[in-house]
Design a binder for this molecule. Structure first.
Ligand SMILES: Cc1ncc(C[n+]2csc(CCOP(=O)(O)OP(=O)(O)O)c2C)c(N)n1
Length: 623
């Protein structure tokens, strides 16, 4: 076993060339075994095994620094940088992150989880190293999907200007999660499709770099070759931006990549090496269906089938199904996704109504303003973006949508904690960042039927922006038949249970089940009657009911799957304050922290969002 004995990147350099294939096999098996138990990113990680081995052998870590984009393809890197022994804790509570984390390892030069930040971070690190007089190179590894995002293109713009010495490794596999989309994706795909032509370019490149330091008249010849190359090279776009382009190389040939990286990394200025990889390589089910195995839940290795199949319909599917239904009736409904068609349930719209579907790529900012533009012409954009990824668009939400009061319909999937993806992916800020925007309406349904109704509210909202937030997985209750779905009455919550005195629980979204559970315990163990109110509307809030129900109550508890700063707790406090109601109010949400990874239930317990935690908070308020 070679992998087990690798404790430091230097150990990777000591592995005999003849053993590298075996090492790659061991890494693949370790990844497949662990992901089959814990869930995680499979296809992207199987695609980067050889690239990672070559990279680590060609560089000198930690003096040389590596910045991975997203981090969903860095499991091999983790295994080869001293994390073999903790790899079994992947994505578990108190375990190893599924992405990159600076406090997890000295080799994680920059944290990641969201896409397309690597080039900017690598450039900053390179400038920092130079200004501090530190030795060593900086390499960023970015996928062809991530490269299409605005922030990556902004970074290229700056990299081409600064001429800082950095190495970009472009991992081209023609996939984002789904098939990569867009003009840049098309360009990148074209680059890798002609192997003979590419061989010629590589030979030319080799010749140029071997002779470029030579003086005399040869220089003129090299210059001429460079011009020829510029007119020929597939990576013309990068060369024109001032970034030297090399490749494409076979991303599964360790020897070629190791030699190329070693040779190119020390050249002055910015360079890009294009490597071509195959997602899912080494595990048939993932290789044949890289979309399904991009991120996998625990599965049976022999069959590739998930270990647990959730029979309950997911919120994403409810949203996708109803969107299809609405498009059948109304062709002005346009579904917009930012590279997350499968995750958001919109892939079925892509199949059934391709003319009413846009996958813009990993371009959340563009998706949002593009949709605002469609509103100007009276279309009804349904923008489905995970809560955590919509964070990127904060200025667009204010400047392009809020101020112009355009009725973009937002569907925030994965709102609230998401479980094992951890801190970079929890959607716990949207109630705060949306609530503060004038004109924005927000609904947080707590049942399947209310989610369906909320989607109809959004559909019929023609005055201004509206957001519906719902969690990963499912909500309780039964579905309504499509023709029986009626709008939710605006700004009206739902009284689940009313008592004259005792505690007053307000809850939003899926927190209702938890609020009901804790209320039951309080009634049984402490004999405290509890009034429970499902707020449904976060904005505008049902102030009338809140004021009425707060009367004669001893304590108010606000349950929200959001940060307690600026979310529902603060909204309730504002109402109480405005109406001069003085009752102790306890927020039961995520308190000024980034929750770690773990299962949803584990996380609620870990952060004491449970019966004991409430009792503890009550005790503290009386101290
Ligand atoms: C801002 C943001 N949007 C969406 C995602 C979800 N996401 C994770 S990986 C990925 C695809 C990345 O494609 P690429 O860079 O080509 O890497 P590959 O998976 O193909 O190796 C997407 C869309 C994300 N992490 N961050």
């Amino acid at each position: 076993m070679i992998l087990k004995n690798i404790k430091h990147p230097d150990d990777v350099k000591k592995v005999q060339k003849s053993d590298l294939k075996k090492l790659a096999g061991e890494i693949r098996w370790k990844i497949i075994k662990t992901v089959s138990k814990n869930g995680g990113h499979l296809a992207p990680n199987l695609g980067t095994v050889e690239l990672t081995i070559a990279l680590i052998r060609a560089l000198n870590l930690p003096q040389d620094e590596v910045v991975w984009d997203v981090g969903h393809q860095a499991y091999s890197f983790k295994l080869l940088t001293g994390r073999y022994d903790i790899f079994y804790t992947l994505r578990q509570l108190n375990g190893m992150s599924g992405y990159l984390k600076r406090d997890e390892s000295q080799f994680d030069s920059f944290g990641a989880g969201h896409s397309s930040t690597s080039l900017s971070a690598a450039l900053g690190i390179a400038v920092g190293k130079e200004k501090k007089g530190e030795n060593g190179n900086v390499a960023a590894i970015i996928g062809d999907g991530a490269l299409t995002s605005g922030i990556a293109l902004e970074a290229l713009n700056n990299i081409g200007q600064l001429k800082q010495k950095i190495l970009i490794i472009l991992n081209t596999n023609e996939m984002s999660i789904s098939k990569n989309t867009g003009a840049i994706a098309r360009y990148l795909s074209k680059i890798i499709t002609d192997p003979y032509y590419n061989k010629f370019i590589f030979a030319l490149d080799k010749f140029i770099s071997r002779h470029e330091s030579e003086s005399s008249i040869f220089k003129g010849f090299i210059k001429l070759l460079r011009i020829i190359k510029l007119t020929l090279v597939p990576g013309k776009l990068f060369e024109s931006l001032g970034i030297r382009y090399f490749g494409p190389f076979d991303g599964h040939n360790i020897d070629i990549m190791e030699k190329s990286i070693s040779r190119i990394v020390d050249l002055p200025g910015p360079k890009i090496i294009n490597v071509v990889t195959k997602k899912g390589l080494g595990y048939k089910p993932a290789f044949e269906d890289p979309i399904r195995y991009h991120g996998a839940s625990p599965f049976n290795i022999d069959t590739g089938q998930p270990k647990v199949t959730n029979k309950d319909i997911s919120c994403s599917k409810i949203f996708g199904d109803l969107t299809n239904y609405l498009i059948e009736k109304d062709k002005t409904v346009i579904a917009v996704s930012a590279a997350m068609g499968y995750g958001t349930g919109l892939h079925t719209v892509c199949e059934n109504h391709p003319d009413n579907y846009f996958d813009v790529g990993i371009e959340e900012e563009h998706a949002v303003v593009f949709s605002a533009g469609m509103c100007v012409k009276g279309l009804k954009p349904f923008v489905a973006i995970y809560s955590t990824f919509l964070q990127r668009t904060f200025d667009m939400l204010i400047h392009d949508i809020g101020i112009q009061n355009l009725p973009v319909r937002f569907f925030l999937d994965r709102a609230g904690i998401v479980g094992d993806d951890g801190e970079t992916h929890h959607g716990i800020f949207d109630m705060s960042y949306l609530r503060m925007i004038p004109n924005m309406k927000i609904i947080a349904p707590s049942t399947k039927a209310n989610l369906q109704r909320a989607i109809i509210n959004a559909y019929e909202e023609n005055e201004g922006p509206i957001a519906v937030r719902y969690p990963r997985g499912s909500l309780p209750g039964e579905l309504l038949p499509f023709d029986k779905i009626e709008k939710l009455p605006e700004s009206k919550g739902n009284i689940i249970k009313e008592n004259k005195e005792g505690y007053f629980f307000l809850s939003s979204g899926r927190m209702l089940s938890l609020a009901e559970k804790i209320a039951k315990e309080l009634e049984e163990k402490d004999n405290i009657p509890v009034t429970i109110f499902d707020t449904i509307w976060i904005k505008p809030l049902d102030e009338e009911n809140i004021i009425r129900l707060a009367r004669n109550k001893e304590l108010i508890v606000v349950f929200e799957d959001n940060t307690t700063i600026g979310g529902l707790s603060d909204a309730v406090l504002e109402v109480l304050n405005k109406n001069n109601i003085k009752i102790s109010t306890i927020p039961m949400g995520w308190e000024d922290l980034f929750p770690t990874a773990g299962t949803i239930d584990e996380l609620f317990d870990h952060y004491h969002i449970n019966y004991e935690g409430l009792k503890e908070r009550i005790r503290r308020t009386h101290e």
